[in-house]
Structure formats: C-alpha cells, structure tokens
Design a protein around this ligand. Structure first.
Ligand SMILES: Cc1cc2nc3c(=O)[nH]c(=O)nc-3n(C[C@H](O)[C@H](O)[C@H](O)COP(=O)(O)OP(=O)(O)OC[C@H]3O[C@@H](n4cnc5c(N)ncnc54)[C@H](O)[C@@H]3O)c2cc1C
Length: 474
C-alpha cells in the first residue's frame, strides 16, 4: 500500500480474534471493510525458534514487572494471537456474563452471546481432542489424578480440522489444521470482497465530524467507522496516543493476565512430548475453583528458557527431554495491572500477583507434581528458583513448606492479557468508545473482568455481537 488515499465503510485495525471476526461479520452484511494488520502472513515451514522470534510481538520478550516478572506473549502476524495460540475453546461462563450485568451494570446478557458460540463451533470446527491425539504429558497427568481419586478430567475442545497432532500449535501449525483466523475466517472475508493490508502498522487515528481518518507509514485511509482490534496491549496505547473518546486516560488500566505456570516430569518410558496435541486435557480441582489445569508442552529448542535450572542440572534435564512431559495451571486472577507505551521500546506492563493467587498457584503446581509422581514419574521439576525445585518422593513434595517463597521466585507467564479498555470504563456495553461517534473497540481489551477460561471464543462472540448490531443501527 503506497501513497494512497483510500475510502471504506469500515476500517478494522488488527486481524486476530476480535478484528477478523468483526471484519468478516460486517463484510458479509455488505459493508466495504478494510482490515489493517501490522504483522506479515506466516510461513509454515519455520523452525519453532524462528517462528517465535518472527511472529511473536517483540520476539516474544514482552512481560509485566511487579512483585515478579511475568512473560506476556502475544502474536504479531496475520491471524494475530490466534496464529500462535493452542486453539483451546471455551464458551464464556454464564456466571461471568451475569457478573458483568449485575455488578458492573453492563447492558449485556448471556443470551446475546450464546447463539454466537454455536456459530463459532461450526466456523472453527471445534471438537474435543480424541485420546489417541493427546500428547503423552496429558495422559500421565490423567493417570496421576485418577490414582489420587479424581475422575473429572475432560478432553479440551479445540478449533482444529484434520489435526494429526504436530505438537507445535503455538509455533505455527505446519498443516493449517489449527483454525486460527487466517485459516478459518480471513479467506472467507477476502472471498466476500474484503480488503486486507498486512505489514501495515496504524500509527495515527483522527476522529472527524463525518468519520475517521487513520494514517500508516505511507498512506491515509478514511471510513465512516473504525474498529480498533489491536489487542489488549496495543489498543490502549493507540487510544491514549491519539486521545480518542473522552475516557482515553483510563485506557491501559484494568489489565488481567490469567497467570500460568507448568511442572515438568521425567518418566521411565519415552514421552516424546512434541508428538500429539500439547494442550489436550483439562481438569478443575474441587478445592481450587480459581485454577484451571490444562496440558502444555515447550518444544526442545526453547525448553532451556522455561526451566529454572542452570549448568549440569539443566543439561541433565535437557539430555532426557524425550522422556519429559509437562502440564500447566492457569489462574482466574484477582489483581489488575496496567499497560503504557514505553517510548521507542514498546509496551510497558505492570502487574503484581495477589498473595492469595500466588498461594493457590503454588498449590496447583504442587498438585501437578504429586499427580506426575503418582503416575510413575522418576522426578518432577517445579517452576521455581532459589529453593528446592526437584522432587523424587511423593511424600517429600506433599510435606514441603513453600510458605517462605516469594512471587519473584516463580517462573510464570500470562497468556491472556485482557481488560485494558474494559466495558464500562473505556467503551460502553456495545463496545463503542465512550465519547466517540465513530470508533469502536473489539478485542481482549474490552473484557471487563478476569474470565477464568481461555478467552478467544469470548472475544470472537463479542465481535459477532458487534457486527450484528452494526447492521441494525447503521
Ligand atoms: C501462546 C499462547 C497460547 C494461547 N492459547 C489460547 C487458547 O488455547 N485458547 C484461547 O482461547 N486463547 C489462547 N490464547 C489467547 C488468545 O489467542 C488471545 O486472547 C486472542 O487471540 C486475543 O485476541 P485479540 O483480538 O484481543 O488480539 P490479537 O489476536 O492479539 O490480535 C491483535 C492484532 O492486532 C495487530 N496490531 C497491533 N497493533 C497494530 C497496529 N498499530 N496496526 C495494525 N495492526 C496492529 C497485531 O499484530 C495482532 O495481529 C493464547 C495466547 C498465547 C500467547
């Protein structure tokens, strides 16, 4: 796109969960829609490390500072973070939408979202992971929790078609089996006559009397309406920088991230954790309602980064990596943080783990460790530093006192940044930017509270709800 002045009905910034679904829904209704995406189309054949450095925002090195450092990765590629996610799908829990309605006085009802869950199940080919496709780290966890007397594990539902378990969902599916938006939605958007400019970063946004004007490096585009779907880290920065709406000073607050971590187990038999679907099994522990247990696996080439080890001990684990499985836990968080622009660098995030959340997360990790030991693991490795982190004995782990541990000793990630332009704070219940006539926000940033489930379906359902509303009221 060079030196052009283009006009559309609607411009959409970002091609991820929110942007692609909103753009597709609107184009299908006959609007002339243009999507602008900062990242490139992904190449399928890159090795995991290169996929990580090419398609994760800022080479995957974004993180939040507070009482610990928590990595907060997002995608910067056509398809947004759906291109580098695990594909797991959960409908928005009804009690969460009820909370938005009752406690936050939002004008949104569960029944407005539920028809879209059904549509998304079809569009994204959502189905449970068959046992034979599960990576073995999941099956060892299942065996372990069954040995401890828990039966209520369940296969996760995923957006995948003809998946053969290539084991690298988060590093670009090599067969396009995972139904990220570039595979499932954007081709249909283009078929309907929509326009997509990739490798096009929007820098300026100006609201005018009759519409909106946006600027990229070499071009200016105009439209009657604009939807900002740049994700929870970039959308608030665009809103603040361009002073959009009347509540722009609140953009960036309210950040929740679903802090998450994982436990490694070394088994006597080969695990080959890179074979099969890494995030395949789920479990809810009755004593820890804010925790969600889900499978996870880090490819060998990146594993050294996520293990709290060095020297000989790290080498010992890496040499045995074909016998290593892992399982994760994620938390519905209590605290909120913020995101701001750090000039010349990128987003600056602040987030501190709430003491109770920290305790629960540690107990969740202990539970995974115990389950792995109960299923026959030779030893397990907890994601903590500065104290004992390796255990071979079930009893020793069960009795271990973690009470002196500080959050800064925990290795954790927040895969689901949400809430930085929350409904009721920066946008209204219909996702219109408060104080604006022509600008909407539709991505993870509008989700006003921690969700407790993987968020892509919630974001997509909100996008379909928004696009339906345009047809009625435009
Ligand atoms: C490793 C990982 C695994 C995950 N697994 C799951 C999972 O299994 N299930 C699930 O539900 N969720 C998962 N998630 C989270 C989920 O994918 C995201 O919450 C969701 O995709 C966010 O959607 P979004 O529309 O808010 O933003 P995104 O999908 O991140 O899209 C935003 C897009 O905007 C673009 N953009 C930003 N700024 C600009 C600009 N100025 N100009 C133009 N374009 C711009 C970005 O490049 C990006 O492509 C995972 C996340 C990660 C990191």
């Amino acid at each position: 796109m060079n030196d052009q002045k283009l006009k559309f009905d609607i411009l959409v910034i970002g091609s991820g969960a929110g942007g692609a679904l909103a753009a597709y829904g609107l184009q299908k209704q006959g609007f002339n829609v243009c999507m602008l995406e900062k990242g490139p189309w992904a190449k399928q054949n890159l090795k995991e490390v290169r996929a990580f450095t090419h398609y994760y925002k800022d080479q995957g090195l974004v993180g939040a500072f507070g009482n610990s450092f928590i990595g907060v990765p997002t995608g910067e590629v056509v398809g947004g973070t759906t291109k580098i996610n695990s594909g797991t799908c959960f409908d928005t829990p009804k009690e969460i939408v009820d909370t938005w309605q009752k406690h936050y006085k939002m004008n949104i009802a569960y029944d407005e979202l539920s028809p879209h869950f059904k549509t998304l199940r079809e569009l994204l080919h959502i189905s449970p992971v068959p046992t034979e496709n599960m990576a073995k780290g999941n099956l060892f966890f299942q065996k372990g929790i069954e040995a401890l007397g828990y039966k209520n594990h369940f296969p996760l539902h995923r957006a995948a078609k003809a998946c053969t378990g290539s084991g690298r969902c988060c590093f670009i599916c090599p067969k396009d089996a995972k139904q990220s938006t570039d595979v499932s939605i954007i081709p249909n958007f283009l078929k309907e006559g929509g326009t997509l400019f990739s490798q096009t970063e929007v820098t300026g946004i100006e609201e005018q009397k009759e519409g909106v004007r946006i600027t990229c490096k070499t071009s200016a585009l105009q439209a009657k309406k604009l939807i900002i779907s740049a994700g929870s880290l970039s959308t608030p920065i665009l809103i603040r920088k361009n002073k959009l709406g009347t509540h722009w000073k609140k953009a960036g607050l309210g950040l929740t991230i679903h802090p998450a971590s994982k436990v490694f187990g070394e088994f006597l038999e080969p695990v080959y954790g890179w074979r099969g679907v890494p995030q395949a099994l789920g479990f809810k522990h009755p004593n820890f309602p804010t925790l969600s247990f889900e499978g996870v696996f880090t490819p060998p080439a990146l594993s050294g980064l996520v293990m709290p080890l060095e020297g000989k001990r790290l080498r010992g684990w890496l040499e045995k990596y074909d016998h290593v499985g892992s399982f994760g836990v994620m938390l519905k968080d209590t605290n909120t943080g913020w995101v701001r622009a750090f000039p010349g660098i990128g987003p600056l995030l602040h987030y501190s783990l709430h003491p109770n959340d920290f305790k629960n997360l540690i107990e969740g990790l202990r539970f995974i460790g115990l389950s792995y030991l109960a299923s026959g693991a030779k030893r397990i490795l907890l994601p903590i530093s500065g104290i004992q982190n390796e255990f071979e004995s079930f009893e020793a782990l069960k009795q271990f006192n973690f009470s002196k541990m500080r959050p800064s000793q925990l290795y954790s990630m927040g895969f689901h940044p949400l809430g930085t332009c929350g409904m009721g704070r920066v946008v209204d219940s219909h996702l219109k930017l408060i104080g604006s006539n022509h600008i909407y926000v539709c991505d993870g940033s509008v989700v006003p509270t921690s969700l407790g489930v993987n968020p892509q379906i919630t974001i997509m359902a909100l996008a379909l709800r928004l696009s339906n509303r345009f047809s009625k009221n435009s």
